[in-house]
Design a protein around this ligand. Sequence first.
Ligand code: MG
Length: 364
Amino acid sequence: MNRRTFFQGAAAGMAVRNAARAAASPGLDAKIVRLNLLHTWTTTMSASQYRDTLYVAFSRDGITGHGEGAPIVRYKEDAESARKAVESVRELLLSSNPMRFSKTLAEVFQRIPGEWAGKASIDIALMDWVTQRLGIPLYEYFGLDPADAPVTTFSIGIDTPEITKQKTLEAADYPILKVKVGLSTDEPTIEAVRSVTKKPLRVDANEGWTDKEEAVRKINWLETQGVEFIEQPMPAAMIEETRWVRSRVHLPIIADEACERPADIVKVKDAYDGVNIKLDKCGGVLQAFRVIQMAKALGMRTMLGCMVSSSVSVTAAAHLSPLVDYADLDGNLLISNDPYRGVRVVKGKLTLPDKPGLGLTAAA
Ligand code: MG
């Protein structure tokens, strides 16, 4: 080896070592990503053409864990407040041992008031990192069988009867639909769906009905329309009224806005038959696991839902889906610029990636 080759080799070696050191040193990237909706999305709460979610990438020892949180306007969160929340614990995350994630997340939850989507983005990124390090898919960390993953519903937002029909026809691949109601157009909406399909329907009123007699009337009419259950018929605070309604209808009533986190199970257990669990409401995968276990212990039905979000958040939720009775994990199917691929829907059934961690790949 001559002098020149020696120095070239040494420089190359140093560059490789520097790159390895950079990859090995902990890194945290929190950024807001705008997801574009395929259809303007209308519920009782909002109408929009895009949603901003928070992405977190946690890197250490050459492994990067990805997380996402979709802030929920109803809880007065937005992507910027979520980003600030994550930045407030940057030093803690970079200095902690990620394998001791329960300890770190307990500290994160103690330090950040509210900001459940921000917390979820941290939890998901850490759990993706940890299970990649362990070399197992996230579902295996929880001891679950991916073959038990349920069929997911596909959601139809509130629209004119003509567009509702068109959306229903476009959802031909999905064997169960979830229809949003709760405005004055409930009957025409369901009739529009029923004019083009006989599929089982699940209905979400998003707290839209404030009169308990009206709620009973509508739920009993929905029962005649082949509806399997009704989600959040009345405002979350109207627990007593919901209990009254529940005693007068046959359809199961599922709590969404009325049940955010584990302790809320105690409030809703006598007024509802089940709970809709979302990582963005409760603060991530580990919290969602707790809500599911508490609900099951009390004999309640369980459902995993999501906000409009990319495959990062939806795939994280899908890894827990073998545990639940119902899944409404279609948030990534409603957008046109998903940055990742993860869980897939095959004839309606959630199909989990079997790679370590969440099993995400960058979209082509
Ligand atoms: Mg809902």
